[in-house]
Design a protein around this ligand. Sequence first.
Ligand SMILES: Nc1ncnc2c1ncn2[C@@H]1O[C@H](COP(=O)(O)OP(=O)(O)OP(=O)(O)O)[C@@H](O)[C@H]1O
Ligand SMILES: [Mg+2]
Length: 367
Amino acid sequence: MAPEYAVELRSVSKVFPARRQKGRETTAVNAISLQIAPGEFFTLLGASGCGKTTTLRLIAGFEHPSSGEILLQGMPITNMPPHKRPVNTVFQNYALFPHMSVAQNIAFGLTVQRLPKAERDKRVHEALELVRLPDIANARPSELSGGMQQRVALARALVNRPKLMLLDEPLSALDLKLRQAMRLELKNLQAQVGITFIYVTHDQEEALAMSDRIAVMNGGRVEQVADPASIYNRPANRFVADFIGETNFLPGKVAAWENHRARLAVGRQTVWATADEPLPVGRAVTLVVRPEKVFLTRPEKSNGRLHLQGTVNQVVYLGTDTRYTVRLEDGVALVALARNLNGDGPLYPGETVHVHWHDYDARVLQE
Ligand SMILES: Nc1ncnc2c1ncn2[C@@H]1O[C@H](COP(=O)(O)OP(=O)(O)OP(=O)(O)O)[C@@H](O)[C@H]1O
Ligand SMILES: [Mg+2]
């Protein structure tokens, strides 16, 4: 039997017509295919305008795909109206009804469904317990902080016991401290209720911290789908490497390839980097390495391993780390982040350093 996904998108596109006569049409979502497992915390991550909200609206049924197919639990739902889908959406602006109490806000969907009052009260109470606000049933939204209002909005979605929750930047209106706390709460809540979450954010840290898997989007397309560590450590291409965290890109030429690693000529020196596929000698490639994986050593402490040579250009003390900018011999700049451990002497601007890393921490991008 074919695996049953909670949600499946098969080459889904959405083209919006031109708004004015001479305007151009917009391909907001471009042939996206995704398979999301039951109970998964799945995140759509990307910059403004990359098509995240449109993808959610297609799944919720507020938009109709221009082409492709959407399946929920193996059933095509492309033509099912939004209110028939076992899906609930939480938006960025929580839009609680100001004239109703918290309990009335949460019960709203259940009232529409004509559930008996006793059952309704029980579910509202459960939902408030879940979001850890058991005592505010009678408060008005205006009496609550932003974080509390957002939790009420979550409770209002959870009370319907959806199979799937869609969350469109639900934390973005909150200040940083609260946002960080809510990340963990939301992740724990999701694990507790076991509902499949599709979560939208443009915040890479949020995506890395919360998700089982992340789809990195760019211009209506999906660039990579993987778990957070793979997205960070094995970006599929330059876009993903650049979008997630800070990365060094160095131009190199293949000098040799053996057993999943390549020796690359970078300027006048050669270094090793991981390369899964065999590479022909002479091929121009890009080497990617994260700043925190770069070691800088004074030449007299270097032990003969392959390295690049550079000059320390800038030193910025950051408390737990020091951030060095190094100019390599061919003029390329490189960033290194070093932990400030006891006994580590700082390096100074103008010093000559050897630049190296573990083979497995540097990767070759073929582009
Ligand atoms: N109803 C619409 N009519 C025309 N164009 C639209 C419509 N909705 C979205 N678009 C366009 O589709 C593209 C994707 O928009 P979308 O709202 O999905 O992006 P997003 O990733 O959610 O961005 P943000 O992070 O800013 O919320 C944008 O270029 C947007 O202008
Ligand atoms: Mg959006």
